[in-house]
Ligand binder design. Structure first.
Ligand SMILES: *Cc1c(COP(=O)(O)O)cnc(C)c1O
Length: 225
C-alpha cells in the first residue's frame, strides 16, 4: 500500500518538485517500504526518532529535520541531518553553526516562515524574515537554501493558499536580492491535503506523510520528543 501511494504521488508531481516523506510516528517497516520504492528524502520531527530510523536505513536517503528543534539538540541534529528546514531564530542558527564547526561540517538549512503570523506557532514572522536571513547568511558553516512554511492545520486546502502566497512572495524577493551565501533554491510547503495548492503557488518541495504512509495512530505516540 505504501509503495502504491508513493508511486502515485511521484507520478503526479511536476518535474522539479521534490518529495519529502514526513515520517513522524511511522513504523520503520512502512518507511523502509517507501525507501525501497524510491523515496529519496525522509523528514523527521524528532531527533531521537530520526536517529533510530537512520540506524536502520542508513544514508541511501537524505534526512531532513522538519520539526521544531531545540537549541540543546543542535549537536545531535548536525550529526544526523542533511538539512534542517526549521531554522527560525539567530539563536538556533548560531547553535547549529557552532556544532558544525565542531563536526567539521557545512549544514544546509531552510528558514521557517510563520506565514499565518500566529504568535503560538513556530517560524519567523514574514516582516522579520529578511533580517534573519541576512544574519544566518553570515554564519560560516550554514548554507541558507530556501524557505519552509506550514500554513494552517486541519483547514480546507484552499485556506492555505494565502499563507503559501506570503511565503512564495518572500522567496522571490529574497532570491532577487542575491545575498552572498544564500541560495534560494527550495520552497518547502504543502502536506497531504495541501500539496497541490502549494505547488500551484510555487512550492518545489512538498512534505507528505499520511498520503504515503497512511493515518498516524496518535500524534506523537511512540515518537518521543
Ligand atoms: C506531519 C508533517 C507533515 C505531513 O503531514 P501530513 O498531513 O501527514 O501529510 C508535513 N510537514 C510537517 C512539518 C509535519 O510535521
Amino acid at each position: 500500500m505504501v509503495r502504491d501511494n508513493l508511486l502515485e504521488i511521484l507520478k503526479e508531481l511536476p518535474p522539479g518538485v521534490e518529495l519529502v516523506g514526513a515520517a513522524k510516528t511511522v513504523p520503520l517497516e512502512r518507511l523502509l517500504e517507501a525507501v525501497d520504492a524510491g523515496l529519496k528524502i525522509v523528514g523527521h520531527n524528532y531527533v531521537q526518532e530520526a536517529e533510530r530510523a537512520l540506524a536502520r536505513i542508513g544514508r541511501r536517503v537524505a534526512w531532513h529535520m522538519i520539526g521544531h528543534l531545540q537549541t540543546n539538540k543542535a549537536g545531535k541534529a548536525v550529526r544526523l541531518f542533511d538539512m534542517v528546514q526549521t531554522v527560525d531564530s539567530l539563536k538556533l542558527g548560531t547553535a547549529l553553526d557552532r556544532a558544525c564547526r565542531t563536526e567539521g561540517k557545512t549544514l544546509a538549512i531552510l528558514v521557517e516562515i510563520n506565514s499565518g503570523e500566529e504568535t503560538q506557532k513556530a517560524g519567523v514572522m514574514p516582516d522579520e524574515a529578511m533580517d534573519l536571513i541576512r544574519g544566518l547568511s553570515r554564519l560560516e558553516h550554514l548554507r541558507v537554501m530556501g524557505l519552509m512554511t506550514m500554513g494552517p492545520l486541519g483547514e480546507r486546502p484552499e485556506a492555505s493558499r494565502p499563507y503559501f502566497r506570503t511565503a512564495a512572495a518572500l522567496f522571490r524577493e529574497c532570491r532577487a536580492l542575491g545575498l552572498p551565501g544564500v541560495a534560494m533554491r527550495y520552497l518547502s510547503m504543502g502536506m497531504s491535503d495541501s500539496y497541490r495548492v502549494a505547488i500551484e503557488e510555487g512550492a518545489n518541495m512538498v512534505r507528505v506523510g499520511t498520503r504515503i504512509f497512511g493515518a498516524r495512530t496518535a500524534p506523537g505516540e511512540g515518537a518521543g520528543p
